[in-house]
Design a protein around this ligand. Sequence first.
Ligand SMILES: Nc1ncnc2c1ncn2[C@@H]1O[C@H](COP(=O)(O)OP(=O)(O)OP(=O)(O)O)[C@@H](O)[C@H]1O
Length: 381
Amino acid sequence: MNSRAAQYKQADDLPDFSLLSASSTPQPVAVQEPADIHLRFEGVSKTYLTAQGPVPALQSIDLEIRRGEIFGIIGRSGAGKSSLLRTINRLEQPSSGRILIDGTDIAKLDENRLVALRRRIGMIFQHFNLMSAKTVRDNVELPLRVAGVPREARRRKVDELLALVGLDGKHDVYPAQLSGGQKQRVGIARALVHNPEILLCDEATSALDPETTQAILALLREINRSLGLTIVLITHEMAVIREICQRVVVLEKGQAVEQGAVWQVFGEPHHATTRSLLAPLRYDLPADLQARLRQQPEQPEDTLLLDLLFTGIHEPDLAALGNVLGGRIGLLGGNVERIQGRAVGHLLLTVAGSSLTANELANQARHLADRVEVLGYVAAA
Ligand SMILES: Nc1ncnc2c1ncn2[C@@H]1O[C@H](COP(=O)(O)OP(=O)(O)OP(=O)(O)O)[C@@H](O)[C@H]1O
């Protein structure tokens, strides 16, 4: 039995929240989906009607989110990230298009089934949304009380979840006595009370310091792995996406302008919005060198600058680069990182004293890097 099945076994005493459980009204017919597609957005648009007029927030979004993956949504402020996330549990209703979960169009669910759907989907928030006048136990337990779960089963579930999120022994403290990271752990425990299949994270680490962010990301990764949860997260922190997501979509003015595996999108961003969002992660040529760059050498000993891009296909091999380029090779800077096991990023190399022309050097380097750009020459110091 896998861990998820085991978890359900332990929770046998909880009500059956299955979307497919009996209902008195006709049930929406599930479309046959490939087993690994968990959520599907088909032409989803959302326009808010306000006193100032219609505000288009999402425009014809097509997206697939796979079962058990951690999927990131990025974009500038106002791009539509929250609107998109909130359509998944029907906190927002699309103006047009469909959202299918396991092949079921969620717009067609009646009230009972909507309640069941929402229990299949946990959600955590930037500011934790805990009740300050209630203890940790009460905060986590409340959704179970509302669902009519008997006291003993509630107690067991809360104990189990607080242990899972690393808050053993904190049952009786109040949120004000907890650190930000601990509050988010309570939020995660509460989001998991109904054994959800999907966890939505709305800027879940944005209010946390870098060290606590790492700890919460590790917890989310662990939950994803051990419970097999599909996690959909919004963040403005690109490092969070790089750290834990498998795939990502970039929103710009309500449109999905780029999507794919994180190593591909981060390794070679195509859309200007993606490039600008990722700019803080990129090492760029220092301004003083940029100002001194020339397209042609003024003296034979001038130094050539090459920008080598690694998009996850080639591994940076500095010894081999030294061999093919000849001359004196220097590493000016760069930021090659491993994302999903692939080397992604770029290296700025200096080449001096080579007998080859700039184009010949770039062509040599192209055997060992995925893209090579000649930046220009700087005068030898
Ligand atoms: N309830 C609402 N009523 C009217 N307009 C809204 C509402 N919610 C969002 N909007 C508008 O829809 C657009 C998308 O907003 P949304 O909150 O989804 O973007 P976001 O990418 O999550 O932004 P942020 O990163 O700032 O939270 C924005 O123009 C926003 O002003």
